[in-house]
Design a binder for this molecule. Structure first.
Ligand code: CA
Length: 228
């Protein structure tokens, strides 16, 4: 089996080397470059399976690199794990909005980062509903066409917005979505809904789902995800 290829974009050489070493030791092919420009160039040549991207880079910033990658149809599927400074929640939110798939804060334990790399690689593409428009999630069943949800076999009464939030989160299990992304996905860009009202609606969804409500997880300071 071919080794999975990881591209590291990080201008701090000691961190880049640490990552390269640990990923190679875990059986990955890993290569590091020191700028966003080189990183974008190499994503064309190397076709990596995953990108580890520092946000603070000289020249093109990590966010700009992420946006460029995610807006290119040929490369938008390459998952991105961003490296951010600890406690910079705005960076984390901006990273997710630029299309990043996960993040790790500095300083980090190499084994934690390797575990995140493996988890992101295992997620695979978005979960497609079955042909009849049904998405199953443990004991939770979402019928897209009928706008109907059952949990443990019991029908759950959700409002239209609650349903759309649940359907959106369930379409990509494990993916973290910011409140801003949820608002846009559910209402379109121009709807005057705040992040706070997303919190209220998610709380209502959880309550109505009963035990299955635990599937809707809070990512502190960032947003929400569906967990297994
Ligand atoms: Ca840096």
């Amino acid at each position: 089996m071919a080794k999975e290829r990881i591209l590291i974009v990080e201008d701090e050489e000691d961190i880049a080397e640490l990552l390269e070493y640990n990923l190679q030791r875990q059986g990955f092919e890993a290569e590091a470059v020191g700028s966003g420009e080189e990183g974008l160039e190499l994503t064309r040549q190397m076709e990596p399976d995953l990108l580890i991207l520092d946000l603070m880079l000289p020249g093109l910033s990590g966010l700009e690199v992420c946006r460029a990658l995610k807006s290119d149809p040929e490369r938008s599927r390459i998952p991105v794990i961003m490296l951010t400074a600890k406690g910079e929640e705005e960076d984390i939110i901006a990273g997710f909005e630029a299309g990043a798939d996960d993040y790790v804060t500095k300083p980090f334990q190499p084994r934690i980062l390797v575990a995140r790399v493996k988890a992101v690689l295992q997620r695979g593409p978005a979960r497609k509903p079955q042909e009849d428009g049904v998405t199953e999630f443990e004991n939770l069943v979402i019928h897209a066409g009928r706008h109907e949800v059952t949990a443990g076999g019991h029908k759950v009464e959700l409002t239209r917005t609650e349903f759309r939030i649940l359907e959106f989160l369930a379409s990509r299990p494990g993916w973290v979505f910011t409140r801003g992304q949820i608002v846009r996905a559910v209402h379109g860009d121009d709807y005057p809904v705040t992040g706070r009202s997303v919190d209220v609606q998610v709380a209502a969804v959880r309550r109505k789902l009963g035990d299955a409500g635990a599937l809707v997880q809070t990512v502190r300071g960032v947003g929400y995800k569906m967990g297994e």
